[in-house]
Design a protein around this ligand. Structure first.
Ligand code: HEM
Length: 155
């Protein structure tokens, strides 16, 4: 089933998003604190995290279109607003993630345009860290009572 395949993919790519983002944040703070040169690894880390979240964004939008939960949300918007699981995927999760992805894009562009290496690091560090926190809070973790989802999905 296509819906299940997209959901599984979206669920697994969350780990790639978190790994690449944590690595980019780690590199940016390291470079900032030690006043290093902005190296190839820093550029790859910054760009890779940005590409990964954009891929996840595209899959998320596709999921939004085909998911029975979001279809229910759209066609019963007044009642659905008060149902935690439906409201979570109908608007909270997408809105949080879109804000985070926008912050990552701004951080990436501003880092690329920065005149010196210090600014290249600080812009990634600030924008990506805020985005990481928002992403972390917007993920439906197993410990969230109303919107609990598994850590790993089996095919
Ligand atoms: C960094 C970006 C994102 C991450 C890390 C992320 C992560 C996740 C995770 C972990 C789930 C639970 C999957 C499961 O049940 O195993 C999920 C569900 C979902 N996500 Fe995302 N997501 C992101 C962006 C988006 C965006 C931008 C949209 C829509 C515009 C979106 C729409 C959805 C929907 C509709 C579901 C639930 C679908 C269903 O259960 O029927 N996501 N997301």
């Amino acid at each position: 089933m296509f819906y299940r395949l997209v959901l599984d993919l979206h669920s697994w790519i969350r780990w790639l998003v978190l790994l690449t983002l944590i690595f980019a944040v780690y590199r940016s703070f390291k470079g900032w604190i030690t006043a290093s040169e902005f190296k190839r690894t820093d550029r790859i880390a910054r760009n890779l995290a940005s590409i990964t979240v954009r891929v996840q964004f595209v899959i998320g939008v596709l999921l939004y279109v085909i998911s029975p939960i979001t279809q229910y949300f759209i066609s019963n918007i007044k009642q659905a607003w008060g149902i935690p699981q439906v409201a979570m995927f109908g608007w909270m999760h997408p809105v949080g993630m879109i804000i985070a992805i926008a912050l990552i894009s701004i951080g990436e562009v501003r880092s690329k345009k920065a005149a010196d290496d210090h600014k290249k690091f600080t812009r990634v560090a600030i924008f990506y860290t805020i985005a990481l926190v928002i992403i972390f809070l917007s993920i439906p973790w197993p410990f969230m009572s109303n919107v609990s989802r598994p850590l790993f999905r089996t095919f």
